[in-house]
Design a protein around this ligand. Structure first.
Ligand code: KG4
Ligand code: ZN
Length: 386
């Protein structure tokens, strides 16, 4: 049974709408999501509805996201998720001023489903359609929760992405670091799968780790002390799998392995982020000389991890930065962040041309120049991933 999460401010009552109303659609991985956003009287984003239909139960038997199952599930859910978002906002389709949908990067079957639904809706309403980079949605997501001024440093840690981005303004994103192999969430998921804990792995590992001794295994901290801000998790994942295979698999051994793995991820993130903070500081030194402290923001599903949050909170404080971890509903994949990217674009480009010709892009680096010069992962015929 799909898990439908609805978040609305004033369900079923018709809101007074002052600014543009944007329908956002997200379908790049395993959440089918739609949201309606507008501006409040102070010109701040106002999320009127946010509907997320998770596919966790469909993928759980396989220990990870199965692209074919995801594509079929998106097709089955997209129509009702969009109409739920419109009615939960207390609006009619005619109230929508523009539609924004994720056009990539992600699993192509899902991206096509959301993109086609978005184009069709825009075309039938006679309003502009915008194709959004999913990573841009994540990059702007903290602004759904708090007035987070540019520039800020973003750590995006999800099941599909691990990146450090200097968010210098709308449309102005600079990659400071990226994973060269697995994403942080993937390391949690694959470790959980190897240990037979279930999917998604992050929460299961965190729960098990609570009873373990984090110093019992010395796992690698990939790239520790390197002058770049890239990440690698493949070697750590393999080391944990080997330790598990060699263990007696008792409850205490499993808890110790989970705790030691979680600590290694935590310390690795902290080391790499400290490097990125230095890069961010030299890029934006003037902001560290004013009374207003720049933000260090963490987004993505792995940001739910309490130990990781605590580690990053301390890191930000050491570097005289504000720490912001948006509520989890905006950290993990959602359509409100895609709608916000559309709304922000509409504000900067009020006569935006409809992008009905845009195609699904399974690979779409946010910082195209950095990805072309130094592809952190994936290249060849398909192009750089990040
Ligand atoms: O952002 P998200 O919902 O979806 C994408 O991958 O885009 O992130 C899901 C990832 C999964 O890998 C999941 O295992 C991880 O976030 N995760 C966690 C925790 N909760 C979710 N990882 C570590 N600790 C957690 N508590
Ligand atoms: Zn995502």
């Amino acid at each position: 049974m799909a898990n439908h999460l609805a978040q609305t401010k004033t369900p079923q009552t018709r809101p007074v709408v002052l600014g543009p109303v944007v329908l956002g659609i997200e379908s790049s991985c395993d959440e089918t999501a739609a949201a309606i956003i507008t501006l409040d009287t102070r010109g701040k984003p106002d999320i009127l509805s946010s509907i997320i239909a998770s596919q966790d139960s469909e993928h759980a038997p396989y220990g990870g996201v199965v692209p074919e199952i995801a594509a079929r599930a998106h097709m089955g859910k997209i129509k009702s998720v969009i109409s739920q978002a419109v009615s939960a906002a207390g609006l009619h389709y005619d109230d929508i001023s523009a539609v924004a949908a994720t056009a990539g990067p992600g699993l192509v079957g899902g991206v096509i489903t959301g993109l086609m639904a978005g184009k069709g809706t825009a075309l039938s309403l006679g309003v502009p359609f915008m194709g959004v980079n999913h990573l841009e949605g994540h990059a702007l997501s903290p602004r759904l929760a708090a007035p987070c001024p540019f520039p800020y440093l973003l750590l995006l840690i999800s099941g599909g992405h691990t990146q450090l981005i200097s968010v210098d303004g709308f449309g102005d994103y600079h990659r400071l670091g990226s994973t060269v192999d697995d994403a942080a969430g993937e390391a949690f998921d694959k470790t959980a799968k190897h240990m037979g804990l279930g999917f998604p792995g992050g929460p299961k590992v965190e729960k098990l780790a609570a009873n373990g001794d984090e110093t019992s295994y010395k796992f690698p901290r990939p790239f520790k002390g390197k002058s770049h801000a890239d990440f690698s998790f493949a070697g750590l994942k393999t080391a944990v799998a080997r330790a598990f295979d060699a263990s007696d698999k008792s409850a205490s051994a499993q808890a110790n392995i989970a705790a030691s793995f979680q600590r290694a991820v935590c310390k690795t993130l902290s080391d790499r982020c400290a490097r990125a903070v230095e890069m961010f500081k030299s890029r934006h030194r003037q902001y560290f000389e004013t009374a207003r402290r720049p933000y260090f923001v963490v987004a993505g599903g792995v940001a739910a991890n309490q130990l990781i949050r605590a580690e990053l909170t301390a890191l930000a404080a050491r570097h005289n930065m504000e720490f912001l971890a948006p509520p989890l509903r905006y950290c993990t994949d959602n359509a409100a962040m895609i709608a916000l990217a559309g709304l922000t674009r509409l504000q900067s480009e009020p006569t935006v041309q409809s992008e009905l010709g845009i195609n699904a892009r399974p690979r779409w680096p946010l910082d195209a120049a950095a990805a072309a010069q130094n592809p952190a992962s994936g290249f060849g015929k398909k192009g750089p991933k990040s």
